[in-house]
Design a protein around this ligand. Structure first.
Ligand SMILES: Nc1nc2c(ncn2[C@@H]2O[C@H](COP(=O)(O)OP(=O)(O)OP(=O)(O)O)[C@@H](O)[C@H]2O)c(=O)[nH]1
Ligand SMILES: [Mg+2]
Length: 284
């Protein structure tokens, strides 16, 4: 499978981010905790300029906790700040505000000494479906940005006032023109950051089963009552269908239903808390 998705609105968004970065004081770079490496869009680093970056790892409630901790340590190197949150949980607001204050500390102090009172602006950027709009709604305490569990929900950029001296720019999720690494493309598709309509569901489920066989075999076996995972992904998908009772009228297995179930189960962490981009070697 070769996953590529770079519609015109993504290029437009990257150009807009580049032209607006002068107005911004900081960047909230949103990464999905299940695949932080795959979420790093090289184009975004080019367009945000030299603004301080706070990496916000969303969906920590769906990822392996140890891996998330290792990613936070890794991303915090090189003078960046990284935090992990569940963007649907109000308890996480203070974590993000503290990170912003830390990054702006010197600037705020300087402005205060000069008697300047200003609104500090941040751009919220990242790949589709990573939780940017959800994060903005969390921070402003109201539903100001449209959210949805699919890639490409936000269509236009929008400034949102938080009411506590900050303003955030919601941006449509962006990928990059050519995803060279097959594994990165697949990871992006597994987490729902590529438009599902352009991907063959059956092929994606087979690739997902193949990936989980390697990184989380026990969880895969347990979820679907599999006796072995040494079979091919095709055979395992059939087995999953049988075990879950996904049968068509004549008694044949309903592979399409099985494929959708495996994809949904992974995305909702029903197979377990699994991180695709691993810093620690070994099984999860
Ligand atoms: N479990 C969980 N779900 C989350 C979290 N953050 C966001 N979501 C869900 O992820 C889905 C996508 O969220 P959005 O905020 O629309 O994502 P986005 O980055 O704005 O997506 P685009 O506008 O397409 O670029 C929604 O169903 C959210 O509820 C999180 O921390 N944990
Ligand atoms: Mg959005």
């Amino acid at each position: 499978m070769n996953i590529q998705w770079f519609p015109g609105h993504m290029n437009k968004t990257l150009v807009e981010i580049e032209s607006l970065q002068k107005k911004a004081d900081f960047v909230l770079y949103v990464l999905d905790s299940r695949a932080p490496f795959s979420c790093l869009n090289p184009k975004l680093f080019e367009v945000v300029g030299d603004k301080p970056i706070i990496f916000v790892l969303t969906k920590k409630d769906l990822a392996d906790a140890l891996e998330t901790r290792l990613w936070i340590e890794y991303l915090s190197k090189k003078n960046n700040i990284a935090v992990a949150v569940n963007a649907n949980n109000k308890n996480c607001i203070s974590i993000i505000i503290s990170a912003i204050e830390k990054v702006l500390n010197k600037k705020i102090e300087k402005d205060k000494n000069k008697g300047i009172k200003k609104i500090y602006r941040g751009m919220v950027v990242g790949i589709p479906n990573s939780g940017k709009s959800t994060l903005i709604n969390l921070l402003c305490g109201q539903v100001r940005a449209k959210t949805g569990n699919k890639a490409g929900v936000t269509k236009n950029i929008q400034w949102v006032k938080l009411g506590n001296g900050y303003e955030l720019l919601d941006t449509p999720g962006t990928l990059w023109p050519k995803i060279d690494d097959k594994k990165i493309g697949l990871n992006l598709a597994f987490i729902g950051s590529v438009k599902d309509e352009i991907i063959d569901k059956n092929d994606l489920a087979l690739e997902l089963i193949e990936t989980l066989k390697n990184i989380a075999p026990d969880k895969l076996m347990q979820r679907y009552n599999l006796k072995t995972i040494d079979d091919s992904a095709n055979v395992l998908l059939e087995e999953i269908c049988k075990n879950r009772g996904f049968l068509q009228k004549g008694g044949n297995v309903d592979l399409e239903r099985g494929a959708q179930a495996v994809i949904d189960d992974f995305r909702k962490a029903r197979i377990g808390l699994i991180t695709l981009d691993k810093l620690k070697s070994g099984r999860q």
